[in-house]
Design a protein around this ligand. Sequence first.
Ligand code: NAD
Length: 265
Amino acid sequence: MSQSTAPAVRTALITGSTSGIGLGIACALAADGCRIILNGLGSADQIADAVEAVRAAGAPDVVFHGADMTAPDQIADMMAMAAGSFGGVDILVNNAGIQHVARIEEFDPVMWDKIIAINLSSAFHTIRGAIGGMAARGWGRIINIASAHALVASPFKSAYVAAKHGIAGLTKTVALEHAMDGVTCNAICPGYGLTPLVQAQIPDQARARGITEEAVVRDVLLAAQPTKRFVTTEQLGALAVFLSSEAGASINGALLPVDGGWTAQ
Ligand code: NAD
């Protein structure tokens, strides 16, 4: 299939977009004119707030699908809804993710399976559901929100680091398979941002390391980040918008660190 230009109105599906980075990227793509399909967990109020934020950012259309990213049949239902309502997904952002911090010998096997399912396998299922339509239309963007932990490791995060290294491999493979179809697949690899996911792990890190929560922020989270600043959701949203533009068409199979220099060390 030869490459064509983007549809006049692009449809973007962002998994895990009821909070944090996913919601920030949804708002950035909405401001860039995309229809938005939101997904994620949360209370009715949290979901309504996310829908409202995306609408206020400028989305011409917003829908929510509550597919649980551990459930392939629910993911298939979400992809079918996208095809039925909007003719498919033009921009797929695989962002849903969870964290669990523990020494390997104490790591709960149930948490291992859950992290691999949400942080890695869900992206396989969404890509499988979206990429045929992208290739047929000759235009598509897949953006996997990986992590600096797709490039380097830290102790006590075996499942997370394994899943993020896995998504780096998935990104490169998908990029190669559809390089001639106008479809790109890249991974954004953020350093630490102060989202609910990071806030929640501060007490666990403190317990695992036997230090105070203040020391976790100073000596663990920002220790590796040379800028000593958290990455913002606005910065990540702007990169997603760029990758989804025509200017981003030759960026393919890339693992893009947005980490203040962490992985340069
Ligand atoms: P967050 O906790 O604010 O958001 C996670 C989102 O995933 C939420 O919308 C949540 O509802 C959703 N989610 C969780 N389990 C789900 C499930 N089973 N089904 C559907 N949705 C589910 O976290 P965040 O920091 O915004 O993280 C978003 C992504 O960015 C993750 O993949 C994370 O690994 C990655 N990341 C975050 C940081 C950081 O410092 N915050 C750094 C690098 C990478």
